[in-house]
Design a protein around this ligand. Structure first.
Ligand code: SAH
Length: 410
């Protein structure tokens, strides 16, 4: 029989006897769990020595003696000598200390579960049979991917203090939502969502999850930010888990900071799951690397909402890639200001609408032609506008174009 328990090893002494490949690997895992690990081995591995030099473990460089186990909460016998491991296990029995024996489960009193952590939940798998770590890990992986898929209802059944999680959902393709975002979504009692981002995922939430849509669209008035903040705080104070589901990354022109302020002011616990910003991912999907050695060594991300500011114009003039969000309506003014600043009229411009979605469209132009081309093509928001040499058509297809100016190899 095996009883699976969750140990809190934080700050507790754990002795690993044997600092070869197995012992060192076990030690690393225990350190991640917060344990104060002591490795005992007359000739520790290079890796163990390095961990010791970083201050992550204490290494005792000699043969183990029984008193090394004094004060240990848990012992791992991981030498390649089964007789020595058995001896260590006997010392542990005498001292009533749990012992994981790497030479065989039955030779010790404890076994470490193969586990995966999902927010505050840890899923663990152990086998009571003969050692077969791959089999146990396969079961663990299957369970982990099921939880990570977001398909498991992770809402709290027992009410506690409410909280807000800002989740960045990327440019739109649900495949670009981070695993932590999917898991956070599965914990939501309420989702407060934008119009942009991976909103398709909201269809599969349980029917009793409240969805509050605060997204702007051409046909509805935007919900004022103060009202969004009030919705978040109000629901959280009622003890609910609120996911603020946002396009791209919450802190890139997403007003995430204002929402965090509002929560903190109201004493509401708030956390953030970063997302993949459209500023970099939408160009990437359109074949535009925003930096390229020897071509563009800086990238400047800006809001084009009210035109180009001085910093954006200076960056353009200095040869940086400039990425405009919300720049469609101000595009003519942006291009005029750039030309006035001395930016070459033939500098490439790419306009990418609805990046990562089925309706993605890429329109190419130059600073001199972009206003006219955008108007003729009917370019509409949401769109990312990239200005710079990296935005040249076929940039990645043409090795000459993509490496112009490269002379060093760092
Ligand atoms: N926080 C978001 C940006 C919000 S501002 C992020 O990090 O991506 C909204 C602007 O983002 C849009 O006007 C548009 O310029 C850009 N945007 C977001 N998603 C986009 C997409 N899928 N395709 C093109 N542009 C997008």
């Amino acid at each position: 029989m095996t009883t699976l328990v969750g140990l809190d090893l934080t700050g507790r002494r754990v002795v690993v006897v044997g600092a070869g490949v197995v012992g060192t690997r076990r030690a690393r895992r225990l350190i991640e769990d917060g344990a104060r690990v002591v490795l005992v081995d007359p000739s520790p591995s290079e890796d163990a020595r390095r961990m010791a030099s970083h201050g992550d473990v204490e290494v005792v460089e000699r043969a183990v003696v029984a008193s090394d186990l004094d004060g240990a909460w848990l012992v791992v016998a991981a030498t390649d000598d089964p007789a020595l491991n058995a001896e260590v296990a006997r010392w542990c029995l005498a001292g009533r200390t749990w012992c994981v024996n790497a030479s065989g489960f039955r030779a010790g009193t404890a076994r470490v579960a193969a586990s995966s952590t999902h927010g505050d939940l840890t899923v663990g798998v152990v086998s009571a049979g003969d050692p077969d770590p791959r089999r146990v890990a396969t079961v663990r992986d299957a369970l982990a991917s099921h939880v990570e898929s977001g398909a498991v209802d992770l809402r709290r059944r027992r009410k506690r203090r409410g909280r807000v999680v800002l989740v960045g959902s990327g440019p739109g393709d649900p495949g670009l939502v981070p695993v932590a975002g999917l898991e956070a979504l599965a914990t939501a009692d309420v989702v407060v969502t934008d119009r942009l981002g991976a909103t398709a995922l909201l269809d599969r939430l349980p029917a009793d999850v409240e969805i509050v849509n605060v997204g702007k669209s051409p046909t509805n008035h935007p919900v004022p930010q103060a009202e969004i903040n009030a919705i978040l705080v109000d629901r959280a104070l009622r003890g609910l888990t609120v996911v603020r589901f946002k396009g791209g990354d919450p802190y890139v022109f997403g007003r995430g900071g204002e929402e965090v302020h509002a929560c903190r002011r109201a004493g509401v616990e708030v956390s953030v799951v970063p997302g993949i910003t459209s500023a970099f991912s939408v160009p990437a999907l359109a074949g535009i690397p925003v930096t390229q050695r020897g071509v563009a060594t800086s990238v400047h991300v800006t809001s084009g909402h009210v035109g180009a500011d001085a910093a954006a114009l200076a960056a353009l003039a200095a040869g940086a890639t400039v990425v405009f969000l919300m720049g469609v309506s101000a595009l003519p003014g942006i291009c005029a200001a750039a030309l006035e600043q001395g930016v070459a009229a033939d500098l490439p411009v790419a306009m990418i609408e609805q990046g990562s979605t089925a309706t993605e469209r890429v329109t190419r132009a130059t600073v001199g032609t972009a206003a006219q081309v955008a108007s003729t093509a009917g370019v509409r928001a949401p769109a990312i506008i990239v200005m710079g040499r990296v935005a040249a058509p076929g940039f990645l297809d043409d090795p000459v174009c993509a490496t112009t100016g490269v002379s060093d190899d760092d």
